[in-house]
Structure formats: structure tokens, C-alpha cells
Design a protein around this ligand. Structure first.
Ligand SMILES: C[S@@+](CC[C@H](N)C(=O)[O-])C[C@H]1O[C@@H](n2cnc3c(N)ncnc32)[C@H](O)[C@@H]1O
Length: 386
């Protein structure tokens, strides 16, 4: 039994476990014939799902990592005489006719991790699929050379694919030859993803500039871009607010750029008449110290509510300002709330044909913006966009 336990511990801790199957029931009165176990992501935690195979139905039970081992030991002791353990490095057949005399037979691996669904329910069809080597993901350490997503980077992998899904929804607003700016690109996983998707998957002719305050990040990203031969992807050091480039960008991306950095990015985007803006604001602190309204004092006196409300008001005012400037604006969920609370994206698209028309919606947005600012006694940075 000790060898079996060691095998389980090792395959679970090293995340090489693909699938476990228990069969050959010890006792004919056992109602289920087989139990299988596979890793699943539950609320983003690597967990294990046992499936009980009854005569005419299957049922499921989920386990935390630490409980999976004791569950397997119990199954082998009490219910089954055989277990097959499929790992990335090998298959193991455990014969347990006598519990105190286990026989373990090792053979070459027969299953691949990408063949097993990791998600709790249906596996998603990702734009960049798990199992298909993708150069920038390999370079950034998210995938192995063989194209397998490394478990601990699965969140990042899903965020990248979610971002590309959002981009695919607005693709009709972008010209085939487009210039994009990613303000506050950070380590640029999403910038690389954007370049890869538009230039290689969709065969567009897209130039991207990533801008960030941090020199080391910019050097790192330029090095990777050059190693990957992403020749039209350039990273520059600078502050969004002081960015001087006057040439028009067709799309502006700004994901998690803090506080008013988002406003400066939106202002630039509108001035360039960018057709697409994708912005995930964060750390909306600006209005916290300004917001004041006597009627709502009972809410605002609670710091945490005031903070959350300030963030919502900030983003609502941003959305109104973009609408006033002719954009169709929607607030969408970027990643699921269980990953991060910073998950609201402002998606704004502008139809070139409607650009110079003053619509009723634009007028109404302008009115609403003024009313809200006066009601809450605020003057946000986005007001600079007159
Ligand atoms: C939380 S990271 C997000 C990185 C990336 N956009 C993402 O979502 O994965 C925010 C980045 O924005 C950069 N940043 C914040 N304010 C900025 C500003 N005013 N100008 C340029 N970059 C800024 C920071 O240096 C940091 O790298």
C-alpha cells in the first residue's frame, strides 16, 4: 500500500496525474461498478472529481487535492481490487486482490493530458487551444514546447483566450491594416496574444505599440518580441498621460492601468478617433476624495462602500463620456469574478459612418454626465475630454 500511496502523492504534487480508474469490485453488493477520478478546475482551484458508475446512472463527487489520496486508499481497501493510474510519464496498474500485497505494473504512458477535460463542465473551444504549440506562450513559460498549458498558468491562459474572444467580437470595426496601442502593457501577455491572433491567425497587417512606465519590463518585452520575430510589435517606455504620438491609432487597449491612467488612455483614443477601445479600469481612487452627497451620507460614511461606489461612478462617467463622443459602449465581464474583482471591461466601438453625426444618444449622455457630476459633486479626469 505504501508504494501506491507514494505514487499517488507524487503524481498529484507534480501535477502529472491524468486519470484514475478503479474497477473489479471486492464485494458484489457494491452498487457502483467503477469509479473514475480526474483533475478539474473548480473556482480556479485544482481539485479532483470522482465519477461513480452505477448500472444506469453516474454521480459525481468533488474533492480537494489533500482529500483525494485518502479517498483513493479507501476505495482500494474497501471497494475495488484493481486501480489504473494514468500519469504523464507512465501508466500504472495496481492489482490489489490482497490489500496487504499490492502488485504494481508500470508501462508506457497511454493518455495525454490534453485529451482529458480539465474544466468542471464542458471544455471550451479556445482561440488558442491547449495542446497546440503557440510560440509566444512557450516563450513566456505558459506552455511546454509540446503545446501543453502548464497547470499553474491556466488562469493566465484562460484570460488570454477570453481577451481574444472579446477582440474577435469587435474585429469588424478594425481595418485590415491597423495600428494598435496597448497602454500600460505590463509584461504584455495580452499584447503578444493580440499580435499573434491578428497577424498569424487572422492574417491581418497589424502594428502594435506597448507602452509602460517600467524600463525593465519594456526591455524584457522588446527582447521577447525580437526573439519571436514579431517585427511590428514594439515596446516603449513612457507615461500614458504624456504620450506624444500624434499618429492615429485604430484601437486602444488599456488593461488594468491604475486610476487616472485609464482616463488619459481613453482621452487619447477619442482624440485619435480610434474605432475600438478595450479598457479594464482598476484602482479608481480619484473620486474617493471628491464624492460628496448629503442624502447618500449613510452609504458614503462606510469606507468600503464609498470605495466601491466611487469605482462604479468613475466607470459610469467614463462610459457616458465615450457615448457622448459617438461610441457604442458596453460594460462587459472580462474574466470571471472569482479570478479578480477588477473584471469589468469598457468596450467601446465607433462606426466610422456615424462619426460626425450628433445623435440623440450622444446628447443624452452629455446631459447625464453633467447631472451625475453635479449630483455627486465630482470633477473626474475624463472631463478633460470636452
Ligand atoms: C497591473 S499591470 C497590467 C498589465 C497588463 N496590461 C495586463 O493587464 O496584464 C499595470 C501596468 O500599467 C503600468 N502603468 C500604470 N500607470 C501607467 C502610466 N501612467 N503610464 C504607463 N504605464 C502605466 C504599470 O507600470 C503596470 O505595468
Amino acid at each position: 500500500m505504501q508504494n501506491f500511496i507514494s505514487l499517488l502523492k507524487q503524481s498529484i504534487s507534480q501535477e502529472t496525474l491524468i486519470y484514475i480508474s478503479f474497477g473489479n469490485v471486492r464485494n458484489k453488493s457494491t452498487l457502483y461498478r467503477k469509479v473514475t477520478i480526474r483533475p478539474v478546475l473548480l473556482r480556479n482551484q485544482l481539485s479532483y472529481q470522482a465519477t461513480y458508475h452505477f448500472e444506469k446512472k453516474v454521480t459525481h463527487k468533488n474533492f480537494k487535492q489533500e482529500d483525494c489520496i485518502s479517498f483513493c486508499i479507501e476505495l482500494l481497501k474497501d471497494s475495488f481490487k484493481q486501480c489504473n493510474l494514468f500519469c504523464e510519464d507512465a501508466d500504472y496498474q495496481i492489482l490489489a486482490a490482497k490489500v496487504d500485497k499490492l502488485k504494481i505494473i508500470k508501462s508506457s504512458p497511454s493518455k495525454r493530458k490534453e485529451d482529458i477535460q480539465l474544466s468542471h463542465n464542458q471544455e471550451k473551444q479556445y482561440i488558442i487551444p491547449d495542446g497546440e504549440p503557440c510560440d509566444f506562450l512557450i516563450h513566456l513559460g505558459v506552455m511546454t514546447k509540446e503545446g501543453r498549458v502548464i497547470q499553474r498558468h491556466y488562469n493566465k491562459f484562460r484570460q488570454i483566450n477570453r481577451f481574444l474572444e472579446i477582440v474577435s467580437d469587435v474585429i469588424d470595426y478594425l481595418p485590415d491594416r491597423a495600428k494598435i496601442i496597448d497602454f500600460g502593457c505590463g509584461k504584455a501577455y495580452l499584447t503578444f496574444a493580440l499580435y499573434y491572433y491578428l497577424n498569424f491567425k487572422l492574417k491581418k497587417d497589424v502594428t502594435i505599440i506597448g507602452l509602460d512606465l517600467k524600463e525593465d519590463i519594456i526591455d524584457f518585452c522588446n527582447k521577447i518580441a525580437s526573439q519571436l520575430h514579431y517585427d511590428r510589435l514594439v515596446f516603449q517606455m513612457g507615461d500614458i498621460a504624456e504620450y506624444q504620438e500624434t499618429a492615429k491609432a485604430d484601437m486602444v487597449v488599456t488593461l488594468h492601468a491604475c486610476d487616472t491612467a485609464t482616463d488619459f488612455a481613453l482621452i487619447k483614443a477619442v482624440c485619435w478617433e480610434a474605432s475600438v477601445i478595450l479598457s479594464v479600469p482598476c484602482c479608481q481612487h480619484e473620486l474617493f476624495s471628491q464624492i460628496h452627497n448629503d442624502i447618500n451620507f449613510p452609504i458614503l460614511k462606510q469606507g468600503i462602500l464609498k470605495e466601491r461606489f466611487s469605482a462604479i461612478l468613475t466607470d459610469s462617467l467614463r462610459a457616458l463620456k465615450l457615448t457622448e463622443h459617438g461610441y457604442d459602449v458596453s460594460m462587459i465581464e472580462f474574466t470571471s469574478l472569482e479570478h479578480t474583482a477588477k473584471n469589468i471591461m469598457i468596450r467601446a466601438v465607433s462606426d466610422v459612418n456615424r462619426k460626425n453625426q450628433q445623435t440623440a444618444a450622444m446628447k443624452q449622455a452629455a446631459e447625464e454626465f453633467k447631472t451625475l457630476c453635479s449630483f455627486w459633486n465630482v470633477n473626474p479626469t475624463i472631463s478633460k475630454l470636452c
